[in-house]
Write a protein that binds this ligand. Structure first.
Ligand SMILES: NC(=O)c1ccc[n+]([C@@H]2O[C@H](COP(=O)([O-])OP(=O)(O)OC[C@H]3O[C@@H](n4cnc5c(N)ncnc54)[C@H](O)[C@@H]3O)[C@@H](O)[C@H]2O)c1
Length: 326
């Protein structure tokens, strides 16, 4: 097995590539170090995770460059994570969502097929469910109304993966639910909450405290990817899976979990952003049925590990990275 990870300087990709390296699986990563949030954080991430030598700077929008990497490395598996993230930012600057998330996705799938890659595992998102779907969200639910351009880009990835002609590449989509952990993204709530505690600043909360999220620890995502990559189950092909533990928490409960761990947050409540879903809650039935590891890290343990990581970084960097994102 030879795995190519796209978006490898990113939060999930960096953690995954480090795990693959540790497991002894031949793997490389590519990333274009976009400035959606601090490229300096991405540099430090790959350095500190010990993967700098296997991460190459490549833009998936550049088909020729991408093809060259595939030809050199000859991956049997591709884990496609490169994308422009963020629900709110997609309203302000839509272009990268179409270039990286649509054209980049198409290029990566097209070249995977061309080069005879066996498995193409790609990141979709819980945001595809939109509002009004009954909970827990099931992969078989009818979804029709994504709330943001970001969600639309992920839903369209699922449709491209379904309709793009198959020669030999199995496609498996992962609907990831609010992933957090060490080296987490500075535009996401858990990083911002912990950073505000570390830096002793007020936290501007633009979500209602009853808003609920199925938080997923990053190492659990790596486990799912490893299970799927190494599985010989042919029925996995063309499937889409929720990746979450199926135990959502309200923001109020999240703040309480932090408080109980001695992490004090000074919250400034603001009106909720209209693009945020009120609730995400995954059904884990399908992932269990296929014998894939269900995310099981408790919120308390995940927050403890993330807090410990944030304290291992300089306050100056944490503050700089926070300021680099929306
Ligand atoms: N973190 C979450 O909670 C979450 C939830 C649902 C889905 N996802 C999806 O999981 C994947 C990874 O997310 P993440 O949280 O690690 O985000 P991230 O922003 O930390 O990582 C994505 C990486 O992709 C790279 N990238 C973007 N455009 C590129 C391009 N054109 N060419 C090459 N590289 C490019 C970026 O530089 C970045 O390092 C994304 O597809 C994201 O949409 C994440």
């Amino acid at each position: 097995m030879k795995i190519l990870v796209t978006g490898a300087a990113g939060f999930i990709g960096g953690n995954l590539l480090a795990k693959l390296k540790e497991t002894g699986i031949s793997s490389i990563g590519i990333d274009s170090f976009t400035n959606y949030y601090s490229p300096d954080m991405k540099e430090k991430r790959v350095n500190q995770l010990g993967i700098s030598e296997i991460v190459k700077t490549v833009d998936i929008g550049n088909e020729d460059e991408l093809r060259r990497v595939f030809k050199e490395f000859k991956p049997t598996h591709v884990v496609h994570l490169a994308a422009q993230g963020g629900v709110r930012a997609s309203k302000v600057d839509p272009k990268p969502y179409l270039l990286s998330n649509q054209v980049g996705f198409l290029n990566t799938l097209l070249i995977s097929e061309e080069m005879g890659v066996e498995k193409f595992i790609y990141a979709s998102s819980s945001s595809v469910y939109g509002e009004g779907v009954k909970t827990p969200f099931k992969e078989s639910d009818q979804i029709s109304a994504p709330k943001s351009l970001y969600a639309l880009s992920k839903l369209s990835n699922e449709l491209i993966a379904k309709h793009f002609p198959v020669k030999s590449t199995e496609r498996i989509g992962l609907r990831l639910f609010t992933v957090y952990g060490p080296w987490g993204r500075p535009d996401m709530a858990i990083y911002r909450l912990l950073a505000s505690s570390l830096l002793n600043t007020n936290f501007e909360l633009s979500a209602g405290q009853d808003l609920k999220r199925d938080f997923t620890f990053v190492d659990d995502v790596s486990k799912v990817v490893l299970d799927i990559s190494s599985s010989s189950d042919k029925d996995l092909s063309s499937n889409i899976f929720n990746v979450a533990g199926g135990k959502p928490y309200t923001i109020k409960e999240l703040l309480k979990t932090m408080e109980d761990l001695g992490i004090h947050i000074k919250v400034n409540q603001k009106p909720q952003d209209e693009l945020d879903l009120n609730l995400t809650h995954a059904s884990t039935d399908k992932i269990q049925k296929f014998g894939i590891s269900v995310p099981e890290t408790t919120l308390k343990s995940g927050i403890e590990q993330t807090w410990s990581w944030i304290n291992s970084q300089s306050k100056n960097d944490i503050s700089k990275w926070l300021a680099s994102s929306v």
